[in-house]
Design a protein. Structure first.
Length: 86
């Protein structure tokens, strides 16, 4: 048998720990720590101004050589910063 079948057998026997996204917390406790995010924004040409539900403002633009005004980071720069921040 293959490795998937072996894992399924181990799960059925209870040999593997149960893994949950909330670290095994009770439902009420897990809900207390759940976060939700939303962003609204408007765009003018290549520039976009966004506001988060937590009150922060984000701006994006693209370089002049790509048709933008280069007044803010490119969207990909925000994405990379988010990855680093995690």
């Amino acid at each position: 048998s293959g490795w998937m079948e072996e894992i399924e057998k181990m799960e059925m026997r209870g040999d593997l720990p149960k893994v949950t996204h909330d670290g095994g917390a009770e439902q009420d406790e897990a809900l207390k720590h759940r976060k939700t995010y939303s962003v609204t924004g408007t765009g003018r040409g290549s520039a976009v101004e966004m506001t988060t539900n937590t009150g922060h403002e984000l701006f994006t633009d693209v370089p002049k050589k790509m048709g933008g005004t280069d007044t803010a980071p490119q969207p990909v720069e925000h994405l990379l910063a988010a990855l680093i921040g995690c």
